[in-house]
Write a protein that binds this ligand. Structure first.
Ligand SMILES: [Fe+2]
Length: 165
């Protein structure tokens, strides 16, 4: 029981934080506050690396019996889109301003991230259906993933949206 509570608490807190950061970043971009926007992009990149790596390598496979492979592939595409968005923002913001023309595209991407995080959080209901052994294994993998920090954009590599900018 301790293992499942730990897993649920950790994943719940991750998703809450990501939603909060995405909302803050949307505001920072709209207000064109460069320094704040850069800091939030970096924090999202840092936080999402181990989180999404754990999901793709371990959690999604453990939940495949409930959600199926097609949905797993869809989740991966959504993660790739987030990495593209963050990489694009990193490159653009490094130039020293928040160009007005990127705001609608970035806002749209952040809205997608918020929806993704909320759906992803809902999978906690399915984690409760796993066996005690499976949950304990997942906790070990989550802890191990956090011990090896990696930025999401480094883990995923270059994307498409960013290359076009
Ligand atoms: Fe997630």
């Amino acid at each position: 029981m301790a293992a499942v509570m730990h897993l649920i608490a950790e994943l719940g807190s991750d998703h809450r934080q990501v939603i909060g950061l995405a909302l803050e970043l949307k505001q920072a971009l709209e207000a064109r506050t460069l320094g704040r926007a850069i800091r939030i992009v970096e924090e999202l990149d840092r936080k999402l690396g181990p989180h999404m790596r754990f999901e793709e390598k371990h959690l999604d496979r453990a939940l495949e019996q409930f959600i199926g492979d097609t949905h797993i592939q869809q989740l991966k595409v959504e993660h790739d889109d987030v990495a593209d968005l963050l990489l694009g923002l990193k490159r653009i913001l490094k130039c020293g301003s928040v160009p007005a023309e990127i705001i609608p595209l970035a806002s749209n991407g952040l809205r997608e991230l918020i929806v993704h995080a909320a759906h992803c959080y809902g999978r906690i209901l399915l984690i409760e259906r796993l066996s005690q052994d499976e949950r304990s294994r997942l906790v070990e993998r989550l802890v191990a993933s956090r011990r090896e920090p990696v930025n999401l954009t480094d883990w995923k590599g270059a994307g498409t949206w960013s290359n076009e900018s």
